[in-house]
Design a protein around this ligand. Structure first.
Ligand SMILES: *Cc1c(COP(=O)(O)O)cnc(C)c1O
Length: 365
């Protein structure tokens, strides 16, 4: 608290990321990072850039990140995406922040699910955007009809949703985009590569549809901070205008090079996401075997509930055994845990720890 703060700072409710322990090496299943190292080609490209022309760092990077936009357009060539339909930024959180400023500041409220990614309402607070939370149904699914016939200044939801892991079908996303021709519908596809379908295919026919993705999950580059949006060139131009009023160089030289190489490494990408999806499906089976209810997930995490055990206590017991999972102390989901898919070894350690915890009499609650 300080009298030097501007008035808006007093009322901010900042996002609290999952713990990043500095010491020891607990099993980290709490922030949905990829359990594997990134594409060796991405690492090699960054190393080569430094070795061959380290002096390049004396210069500003390409303000437009054209090399990365071209790599993203190549990756989505099957949907006829051109670089003019791509916006890049220093993480998808930053890209989302630009979207909130550029496209969501309108008279009517922004619509979003009641259970969803926590950053959206943080940005509403920061930018003074009114919002209305639309409850998920009893199975934690988004009901597309709830986003029709409701005046709004924009719509945002992740697909698959976080922290539930549930995915919407493309036909449902198309219905939402079509029912709201006067506002921008943003689909946050942070986890789409783990089994859902990208709505990028629909951006060509729906000029109000914007899709965001990140390199933090399915590209295993959370430490590089790279995200992007794909949509109609007019939406992208709006984002570029805001970006150029805030930071002309959001992506550094090495991030542009590393992310471009990662985007081009299709073999690594396909192998990695298959491995994560296989681990997810066997972890879900093992957890069901332990008595958990597991929401069908299309993401690199599972959202689970044990009918006879307190979720916060389970998280504490796991912590004592060196395993960190995410518990949200929030209405509707305070009896759930969100568990990131680790390596097969990490998943086995989790299942082992849980089966011990569940059979220890003194832990019964
Ligand atoms: C992880 C995540 C992001 C943020 O990704 P970054 O690119 O690391 O900022 C955005 N949206 C959702 C739903 C996420 O889970």
């Amino acid at each position: 608290m300080s009298r030097y703060w501007s008035t808006v700072v007093y009322d901010l409710d900042p996002y609290v990321p999952g713990e990043q322990p500095r010491d020891g090496a607990p099993i980290k299943l709490n922030t949905n990072e990829n359990p594997y190292p990134p594409s060796p080609k991405a690492v090699a490209a960054i190393r080569a850039a430094l070795e061959e022309d380290g002096a390049r760092l004396a210069r500003y990077p390409d303000p437009d990140g054209d090399r990365l936009k071209a790599a993203i357009a190549r990756h989505y060539a099957r949907h006829a995406i051109t670089p003019r339909q791509v916006f890049v930024g220093n993480s998808s959180d930053e890209v989302l922040s630009v979207i909130f400023q550029a496209l969501f500041r309108h008279e009517a409220p922004l619509l979003l699910p009641d259970i969803t990614y926590g950053f959206y309402t943080v940005y509403c607070g920061l930018y003074g955007i009114a919002h209305a939370e639309i409850p998920l149904d009893a199975t934690f699914a988004i009901r597309p009809e709830d986003y029709q016939g409701r005046p709004n200044g924009g719509i945002i939801f992740p697909n698959p949703n976080a922290p539930t892991g549930r995915a919407l079908a493309l036909a449902d996303i198309e219905r939402i985009a079509r029912a709201n021709p006067d506002s921008v519908v943003t689909v946050d596809e942070a986890y789409v590569d783990f089994g859902a379908e990208t709505a990028i295919a629909l951006t060509g026919s729906h000029p109000n549809l914007l899709v965001t993705q990140t390199f933090s999950k399915s590209r295993a580059l959370a430490g590089l901070r790279v995200g992007f949006a794909v949509g109609h060139p007019d939406l992208i131009e709006g984002l570029e205008r805001v970006k150029n009023c805030f930071n002309s160089y959001p992506l550094d030289h090495l991030a542009i090079i590393g992310a471009s190489a990662a985007m081009d490494d299709t073999d690594w990408f396909e192998r990695n996401r298959r491995a994560v999806m296989e681990s997810r499906d066997s972890l879900a089976d093992a957890l069901i075997g332990l008595g958990f209810q597991v929401i069908p997930s299309k993401a690199n995490f599972v959202f689970v509930h044990h009918p006879r055990r307190d979720a916060a206590k389970l998280a504490r017991h796991l912590r004592d055994r060196g395993i960190i999972v995410r518990h949200f102390n929030r209405a509707r989901i305070n009896q759930h845990l969100r568990i990131t898919i680790g390596t097969p070894g990490e998943c086995a350690a989790l299942v082992d720890a849980l089966s011990h915890i569940l059979t220890e009499k003194e832990n019964r609650s």
